[in-house]
Every structure is written in structure tokens, then in C-alpha cells.
Design a binder for this molecule. Structure first.
Ligand code: SF4
Length: 279
């Protein structure tokens, strides 16, 4: 009883709750072993009721661990794996079981987001298998960099991939995220080849990711894939700004405003011109 009371709360009101060091007691070797087996994963939190991370109402598990360093990241507390709560597959499955009926009633499902979920791909695969076993729709929100870690059979457990494409121009993408976008684009092609449903997500930041030519390249690429069911343009906001300060990280966008309605509309139009459904 006392242990349960001491266990960190899995549920959070939103992923914008700052969480740090919840897995710090696990030695480095334990972290590595957990990641290799996938029997235990590190989660920032679970949130319920989300309606933007896949169809219907979603239960979202936010993993900790991300190797990218996006300048606009809203959740830099998810970068370190050990900021997350160590959670066994059995405990996570309990959560899925608890919400199963409601999720199915609301035509929703389970979304694994992060951080970058494929940093813990063995855990991700086990969670998706558990969700499918319970008859729950599954979605993976990923930057795609480690998409090659999933086998074709494992991909079959994922009903929908929410693929974040953060930029087309390779140099600018690296300046924005610290990483190359080629693996992400390759994963998109693979998903298309395997006819896996995909939603493309694009974070729109004034002065940083609002180059309409660059966006047009992404739109043309997306339409050639043939599996992109919709595009979500996600307007930048400052809800994660305080986390950068709390974590003593250098934040380069302290004065950047969210995009105005006209910029959002112009961006949506770039995707719609190619015949894509964009929101
Ligand atoms: S990929 Fe996502 S979690 Fe990782 S740094 Fe970028 S925005 Fe943050």
C-alpha cells in the first residue's frame, strides 16, 4: 500500500506537466537492460481525452527519451530517458484495460507519443501488441528516425502512424532538429509501400518553419506517397517555454509568437492545393 502511494502518478493532466528524474534510481545498466528487453519502459505520463493524436478520443502514453533537439520542442523534459517513470508492460496494459471500453465507445484508441517512442522500440512493440490483443486501435506518433527498427510484422500492429516531418531542406532540418531527415523520409516511403495509414504532422513556427516553398516540397512528397490520410498543421505555442528555463536549457524562441490565422491558412492551402486533407 505504502509502495503504491510512493509510486509516481502515471496520469498527468497534460504532457506540459514538468517531470524530471523519476527513473533516476535505476542504474545505467538497468536502463539499458530495460530498453533492450522492452519489458519495462520509461514514460513521462499517460493522458486521457486527447482528440488530436489520432481518430476519436485517445489514451496517450508519452515516452521519455529523444535524440533530437528541436528548437521548438514543447517537452524537453522527455529528452532524458531517466526523466520518465519506469513502467512494466503489465502495468501499462492495466491502464489500457481500464480505458478500453470508453476508447472503443468513442471510436478512439491508444497513441504512443513522446519524446520519441522508437527510442524504446521493444517496449513500444509490446504495448502495441497488448493494445491489439484488447481490440484497441493503435497509433504511433514518431519523428520516424528509428522506423527501420520495426519489422514489417511489427508495423502491422500499428493501425496509424502520425509522422512528424519537420522540414524538407536537409541543411535547415539539421539546424532545426540536430538530425538528418533522410531516415524520416525513408520511413514514410516504407509505410507507403506497405500501405500503412499515415497522418503527416507539421509544426508551424513563424520565422522558423514558415517557408512556403519548403512546405510545398513536403506536400508534393506526401501526395506521391498515396497513404497520407490527412495533414495536421500544428501551430507553435509557448506552453513548454517554462520547461526550458526549469531545465536550464538554452531556448532560442522566447519571443516567438504563435502563427496568426492567415499564416496557418496559407500553410494549409499549400497542402490542400496538392489534394491533401489538411487541418
Ligand atoms: S522530436 Fe519531438 S520530443 Fe524530440 S526534440 Fe523534437 S519535438 Fe522534442
Amino acid at each position: 500500500m505504502r509502495d503504491a502511494a510512493r509510486r509516481p502518478r502515471l496520469e498527468a493532466a497534460s504532457p506540459f506537466e514538468l517531470r524530471v528524474d523519476l527513473g533516476h534510481r535505476i542504474p545505467e545498466t538497468g536502463v539499458r537492460a530495460a530498453i533492450a528487453s522492452g519489458d519495462v519502459g520509461f514514460l513521462h505520463s499517460f493522458t486521457t481525452g486527447a482528440t488530436v493524436d489520432g481518430p476519436g478520443v485517445r489514451l496517450v502514453a508519452w515516452t521519455s527519451g529523444c535524440m533530437w533537439r528541436c528548437r521548438y520542442c514543447h517537452n524537453p523534459d522527455t529528452w532524458a530517458v531517466t526523466n520518465g517513470i519506469p513502467v512494466s508492460v503489465a502495468r501499462a496494459t492495466e491502464q489500457l484495460r481500464k480505458y478500453r471500453q470508453g476508447l472503443n465507445m468513442m471510436a478512439g484508441g491508444f497513441t504512443l507519443s513522446g519524446g520519441e517512442p522508437l527510442m524504446q522500440h521493444r517496449f513500444a512493440v509490446k504495448l502495441f501488441a497488448a493494445a491489439k490483443e484488447l481490440g484497441i486501435h493503435t497509433a504511433l506518433d514518431t519523428n520516424g528516425f528509428y522506423g527501420a527498427r520495426l519489422t514489417d510484422a511489427e508495423l502491422e500492429q500499428v493501425d496509424l502512424v502520425l509522422l512528424d516531418i519537420k522540414g524538407w531542406n536537409a541543411e535547415r532540418h539539421t539546424a532545426l532538429t540536430g538530425m538528418d531527415n533522410a531516415p524520416t523520409l525513408e520511413f514514410a516511403r516504407r509505410l507507403a509501400g506497405r500501405k500503412r495509414a499515415m497522418w503527416l504532422r507539421y509544426v508551424l513556427v513563424p520565422g522558423l518553419t514558415d517557408d512556403l516553398d519548403d512546405i510545398a516540397h513536403i506536400a508534393r512528397f506526401a501526395v506521391t506517397l498515396g497513404n497520407v490520410e490527412r495533414v495536421d498543421v500544428l501551430p507553435f505555442h509557448q506552453m513548454g517555454k517554462y520547461k526550458w528555463a526549469e531545465l536550464h536549457l538554452p531556448y532560442t524562441l522566447p519571443d516567438t509568437e504563435p502563427p496568426d490565422a492567415q499564416l496557418v491558412e496559407r500553410t494549409l492551402e499549400v497542402f490542400r492545393r496538392e489534394g491533401l486533407r489538411a487541418h
